[in-house]
Design a protein around this ligand. Structure first.
Ligand code: TXE
Length: 504
């Protein structure tokens, strides 16, 4: 256990305890053991962190450092993260319960996000507008948006934080990072690393605590210019409502209900294997999880039988279990949510083919393990098809035609990601074009890259992370018009000047 209880909030360039001394215990989802004790911020701490960020932005040097200097800083952070990768992976798997090998992949991805934005910072950020007049210089420039509240979830804590802090730093913003109260350890370590890298005082601030307590003070404060949030739909709606009061910019990633469409002419071996990974990776706690399998009727039995057989074989286990293939759910509350979701699905007419309950197999200690679950005979009227379970639960629907597959794939309020499996390239492109989701994979499932935008259509969110658009979220656009040969506008009659002219 790391005893971080002393001082784990960071603002004004100093590590601090909560103003009332409150702390929170972080417990392993694998066995309930104590992982860390951290400070639990108060509203007063939030106000101080915002003041720190505001002062550094309004009166500090960072916004005027220039792109190249900020890029060098972000590249330095990438180097330090690479140096400390194993330490970060251990912290991440400790808080989330995910296998160490998965946490290592996450940290490698975090490094590439910092490296990508370090490189993007060195590209051109100004645009000259061609006016056709030698005396006019019309220039579009990008400036930092200001003070940002960056609120993250618990499934990929450091990775989701990196999608926000790396572009915010490149842009020259100051920020308050608020990780999930369930998984704060890597955010604490990251801010220590920011200090070592030389992030100026007040630019990076860290607040820990429950969203219900620190969330509203953070998102309602008029000194905050932008809120970037990744989390659940209901929390996202609440945040958007709060932000409307001060007309803040918002960037939201609110999950998805992602269709994975398999046509009969697909490479079924690859399609089935990827379908299993798509839904059961990280026990379904993935915003882009392939939780809705849409399968062409003629291959339904073959595909479903194989998926069920594979689901039954999946080995659950904790961070240090080298045989394990996936880990526990994040908390008791989340496990109960997933169990209720399955119960409701069955009550609504879905057929439970495997799983559906907490796994208590020997060796699973007292963790929040849930059996990989497959529900057949589902349809879009059922809540299991419409709501995000965020657990290892696959729902199966059948279709007969291409247009039916498309309309089923779009019959959701969400629009984050989807996949289509077929050997017919033209059909794959037609379906990809018709699906209203932010990422479409053709004959693949899951890859994302720091260079490629990530985000959702419809209720999956607002804005994009990663890629150049992920930086644009943190920039204000300013048009500067310079006239090197000023002249009278001549728009209104000027009696004063005409009198002067008459007298003359
Ligand atoms: O998320 P919350 P929860 C989905 C998933 C999951 C559901 C609920 O379906 O079952 O959301 O999970 C902070 N103002 N996703 O309850 O509440 C909170 O402290 C400001 C999808 O854990 O959205 C945490 O830091 N902040 C998702 C963060 O919001 C508030 C990943 C996320 O918590 C706040 C995680 C408030 N009023 C869950 N209330 C994805 N898109 O990948 C809470 N928070």
């Amino acid at each position: 256990m790391s005893d971080q209880s002393a001082k784990t909030l960071f603002f004004g360039g100093e590590w601090r305890s909560a103003s009332d001394g409150a702390t929170r215990e972080i417990r392993s989802p694998d066995d309930g053991s104590l992982v860390a004790v951290v400070s639990e911020a108060t509203e007063l701490d939030v106000a101080s962190a915002i003041a720190s960020a505001r002062a550094s932005f309004d009166a500090g040097e960072f916004p005027s450092w220039g792109w190249a200097k900020r890029s060098a800083l972000v590249a330095r952070i990438a180097d330090l993260l690479e140096r400390d990768a194993e330490k970060f992976a251990l912290l991440e798997s400790g808080d989330t319960g995910k296998r160490l090998i998965e946490a290592r992949y996450d940290i490698a991805d975090v490094v590439s996000v910092f490296r990508y934005y370090a490189g993007l910072g060195l590209t051109e950020h100004e645009r000259v507008v061609q006016i056709g007049d030698d005396h006019i210089d019309s220039r579009i420039i990008s400036e930092p948006v200001g003070v940002c509240a960056l609120i993250g979830p618990w499934n990929y804590p450091l990775l989701q934080a990196s999608w926000k802090v790396a572009p915010a730093l490149i842009a020259g913003c100051s920020f308050i990072l608020k990780p999930s109260e369930l998984t704060p350890s890597t955010a604490i370590a990251l801010v220590h690393l920011f200090e070592e890298a030389g992030v100026p005082k007040g630019v990076a601030n860290l607040i820990l605590g429950a969203g219900a307590v620190v969330g509203t003070p953070l998102t309602s404060d008029s000194r905050v210019d932008l809120v970037s949030f990744t989390g659940g739909l209901e929390t996202g709606k609440r945040i958007m409502g709060v932000c409307a009061q001060t007309v803040k910019k918002v960037a939201l990633e609110l999950g998805g209900k992602n269709p994975n469409i398999i046509f009969a002419d697909a490479d079924l071996d690859a399609a089935i294997d990827n379908a299993v990974t798509a839904v059961f990776l990280h026990s379904g706690q993935v915003c882009s999880a392939g939780t809705r399998l849409l399968v062409e009727r003629s291959i339904h039995d073959r595909v479903v039988n194989q998926i069920v057989a594979r689901a039954k074989m999946i080995r659950l286990g904790g961070p240090d279990d080298l045989e394990a293939e996936t880990g526990p759910l994040i908390s008791k509350a989340h496990l109960e949510k997933v169990a209720t979701y399955v119960e409701k699905a069955v009550a609504e007419g879905a057929t439970l083919l495997t799983g559906g309950k907490r796994s208590t197999l020997d060796g699973l200690r007292d963790g929040w393990y849930f059996e990989p679950t497959v529900l057949d005979n589902c349809n879009t009227k059922m809540s299991c098809v419409q709501d995000e379970s965020f657990g290892p639960v696959l729902t199966i629907e059948v279709f007969d035609t291409e247009s039916e597959a498309i309309s089923l794939g779009n019959d959701t309020i969400y629009g984050l990601a989807g996949a289509v499996w077929t050997k017919d390239v033209a059909k794959a492109k037609r379906v990809a074009g018709a699906l209203r989701h932010g990422t479409i994979w053709i004959n693949d499932f899951g890859p994302y890259k720091a260079q490629a935008e990530w985000g959702g259509f419809k209720a999956s969110g607002i804005g994009r992370e990663l890629g150049p658009s992920g930086l644009h979220e943190y920039l204000e656009i300013k048009h500067v018009w310079t006239n090197t040969s000023p002249a009278r506008s001549g728009w209104f009659a000027d009696s004063l000047n005409s009198q002067v002219e008459e007298k003359g």
